[in-house]
Design a protein around this ligand. Structure first.
Ligand SMILES: Nc1ncnc2c1ncn2[C@@H]1O[C@H](COP(=O)(O)OS(=O)(=O)O)[C@@H](OP(=O)(O)O)[C@H]1O
Length: 297
């Protein structure tokens, strides 16, 4: 899978960028949540995709958005993890949400929430009944994807960057200080969420399974969110140029933009093996916490 993902060439000028099938109003910058003329209204999210960064959060959000009873905040909101946003209060947060009909579920995704220490208690304060979705992916692959994203951003800003192996290894051993490594220690972050929320309120999505075959993961998410089953296999088709599933709805199709599925930065087999070895124990702890296992490296 790794070779396929890294070696496979993907067209970068692929058809569509981020998409919106639904014609809901875009987020308002005003702090008002007042009803519009067609009786829609901005509402606080009933469900939040809290992470993990590079886990497939955008794909999950857009796939949930296929559901007629769901509408999503198009951009990442970063309310609970960015102090200047949080200080503006819930009216500001609500104003970032789409206008929805009564009975529709509002969903937002901000992958930075998962590893941010103050976020769980803040989310609870907003709504202790909010449903949380956590999409996880092989932590070694996630780390490489995370590094690749950071390197891409630095290259775009003409800033220097270090090779992944230099960041990851210190005198031949895994460097535990590397931030992208820490973000892959899922058990540590989940433990903080479980100090605040009961386990049943956090649904775990298998990000690797979502890439291979999205529909079963979406069925489970629908059930967790208490939604009628409306998403169907015909909403997905495999796009071999892109190397991913894309979405189909009401005659429109769309794929995630080229920021998803970038060729991963190179890492020697030896370093990758060390990484897999390093994650073995933390992964086991995580499996125990969530009550299931994943076939990670
Ligand atoms: N259908 C579909 N299309 C495109 N990409 C898909 C899809 N499903 C999952 N993914 C995987 O999503 C990975 C990016 O994760 P995130 O959206 O969470 O990234 S981010 O944290 O918001 O930057 C991204 O990771 P990389 O491949 O490492 O770029 C994809 O592998």
């Amino acid at each position: 899978l790794r070779e396929l993902r890294n070696g496979g060439s993907r067209s970068t000028n692929f058809m569509t960028s981020l998409f919106s099938f639904k014609s809901s109003s875009s987020s308002s910058s005003s702090s008002s949540s007042s009803s519009s003329s067609n009786h829609t209204q901005q509402r606080l999210p009933g469900a939040i995709i809290i992470g993990v960064r590079k886990g497939g959060t955008r794909a999950l959000l857009e796939m949930l958005n296929l559901h007629p009873d769901v509408d999503v905040a198009k951009a990442e909101v970063h309310y609970f993890n960015v102090e200047e946003h949080y200080q503006q209060g819930l009216d500001w947060y609500r104003a970032q949400m789409p206008f929805t009909q009564a009975g529709q579920l509002t969903v937002e995704k901000t992958p930075g929430y998962f590893a941010s220490t103050q976020v769980p208690a803040r989310v609870w304060d907003m709504n202790p009944a909010v449903r949380l979705l956590l999409i996880v992916r092989d932590p070694a692959e996630r780390l490489v994807s995370d590094y690749t994203q950071v390197r891409h951003n630095r290259l775009e800003r003409h800033k220097p960057y270090q090779a992944l192996e230099e960041m990851l290894l210190h005198q031949g051993d895994i460097n535990p200080e590397y931030k992208a490594l820490q973000r892959s220690l899922y058990h540590q972050h989940l433990a903080r969420w479980l100090e605040v929320f009961p386990r049943e309120q956090i649904h775990i999505v298998d990000g690797d399974a979502l890439i291979r075959d999205p529909y079963p993961e979406l069925q489970k998410a629908e059930r967790f969110l208490g939604l009628p089953a409306r998403i169907s296999p015909s909403n997905f088709y495999y796009n071999s140029t892109k190397g991913f599933y894309c979405l189909l709805s009401a005659g429109h199709d769309k794929c995630l933009d080229e920021s998803k599925g970038r060729p991963h930065a190179p890492l020697s087999e030896q370093a990758f093996r060390k990484l897999c070895h390093y994650f073995r124990k933390p992964n086991r702890v995580f499996f125990g916490m969530v009550g299931r296992s994943f076939s990670w490296c």
